[in-house]
Ligand binder design. Structure first.
Ligand code: NAD
Ligand code: MG
Length: 405
């Protein structure tokens, strides 16, 4: 794992400074919940949000942040007003977001959703700090650039995604040559057992009602299409430097076993926990130590049994598309992610149907082959390919809707 040689335990008695990008979201709030319980150990440097100035200001005040930033410049006046008299500095817009990401913090939680997180998270990577990476779209959009920037700066990138936290705990980097397979588990989401024909009528409320996890809207829809697992395969490929053909997905509806590594002597090393994101977040906050997390404890006798099945690629075409993009390399994953973000947004706005999301991604991926984008070599490159994917997605949608009626 890049930059994450087992460092010595912390000996400092002053609290570690943490910045949280995407503080008002599901991961951001879970992180603040943990940090609020350990005031001697952690202090907040900067917090950011998209446009909810009031919620952000409240969090900044409660946790004694020094700097609060809204990505949306139109929310700046509200943020300033909500922070009046607190002594907390306010900022807005993309440059302020980068400033929040690069302030002197010991660890930066990257929990913005989507490719919107790439610029600030990459800036934090380039500063050489420890990154707690929830924002998987960063690695899908510009994985090589992200990881090579981390190698150059010495940044340690610690996974927050539960499956990758599991693999990080199970994978011995000194035994990489002995690894046969790395498997990420997937719950299968809310539509695992629906008749396939019914998926056409699936509405956003049903798609975001995840059976095991409570998450933001975008990742919940991604879990329903299983694009989330595809994005996670690409994330694992970059994070752990594992070839696509040694990466696997296994459906496990209970979400207790999060991932496992199979070694050539027949051993399989897995990580298990109740599905509560505060466990992997706590692991990333404290690594290489561990801290208390107020999560339900796993009781295997109570559970009785755990079940597993192969993924159904007919029901979940998005998963196959993501695997194709990972295998194709170059800018294919950047385009896949961009088209998916557009598709998910339109579905959440009830402007397209559930199966249209994967169809749009497929159409855009096909058009991408002609462009033959290489792997993004710079932030500007990544953002340009991302923009291309979004633009093409918007043009294929009317064509697609016309055809399907
Ligand atoms: P969320 O929608 O709940 O929160 C997203 C955060 O990003 C919010 O603070 C929002 O204000 C901010 N944001 C949104 N758009 C922005 C923009 N354009 N510019 C700047 N900030 C913006 O999302 P979440 O569920 O917390 O997920 C965050 C990331 O973590 C995603 O990449 C997701 O895939 C990943 N992740 C989430 C979970 C989970 O349990 N929620 C688990 C694993 C990985
Ligand atoms: Mg995950």
């Amino acid at each position: 794992m890049v930059g994450c040689a087992r460092r010595s335990m912390t000996t400092s008695t002053t609290p570690q400074r943490i910045s949280i990008l995407g503080a008002t979201g599901s991961i951001g709030l879970n992180t603040l919940d943990l940090i609020g319980r350990m005031p001697d150990r952690y202090a907040i440097e900067a917090v950011t949000a998209n446009g909810n100035a009031v919620a952000l200001a409240e969090l900044a005040r409660k946790h004694g942040a020094k700097f609060a930033v809204v990505a949306d410049p139109d929310a700046y006046e509200d943020l300033k007003a909500a922070l009046a008299g607190s002594g907390i500095a306010a900022g807005a817009g993309p440059e302020a977001l980068v400033e929040a990401a690069t302030r002197p913090a010991d660890r930066v939680m990257a929990a913005i959703v989507g490719a919107a997180g790439l610029a600030p998270t990459l800036a934090a990577v380039r500063r050489g700090t420890t990154i707690l990476l929830a924002n998987k779209e960063c690695l899908v959009t510009a994985g090589d650039l992200f990881m090579s920037s981390a190698r150059q700066s010495g940044a340690c990138v610690l996974p927050v995604d539960s499956e990758h936290s599991a693999i990080f705990q199970a994978l011995d980097p000194t035994q990489k040559k002995d690894i046969e397979r790395v498997t990420l588990t997937a719950s299968g989401g809310p539509f695992r057992t629906w008749p396939i024909e019914r998926l056409t009528d699936a509405c956003p409320e049903e798609a975001v009602r995840h059976p095991n996890w409570s998450m933001g809207a975008k990742i919940s829809v991604d879990s329903a299409t299983m694009m989330n697992k595809g994005l996670e395969l690409i994330e694992a490929h970059h994070l752990f430097d594992i070839e696509p053909d040694r990466l696997d997905v296994l459906v496990h509806p209970e979400s207790i076993v999060h991932g496992f590594v199979a070694y050539r002597d027949g051993s399989v090393v897995a990580q298990l926990s109740e599905p509560d994101m505060r466990t992997p977040i706590a692991y990333s906050l404290a690594w290489p130590e561990r801290v208390e997390a107020p999560t339900p404890r796993l009781d295997l006798a109570e559970l009785g049994k755990l079940t597993f099945e192969k993924p159904d690629y007919e029901r979940f075409p998005a998963l196959g598309l993501a695997i194709r993009a990972m295998e194709a390399g170059g800018g294919a994953a950047t385009v896949l992610n961009a088209a998916n973000e557009i598709g998910v947004n339109l579905f959440l706005q009830k402007r397209i149907r559930f199966p249209d999301i994967a169809q749009i991604v497929e159409d855009v991926l096909e058009k991408q082959i002609l462009e033959g984008f290489g792997e993004p070599a710079s932030l500007e490159d990544a953002l340009a390919i991302d923009r291309w994917g979004r633009d093409v997605a918007r043009t294929v949608i009317p064509e697609r809707l016309e055809r399907t009626g």
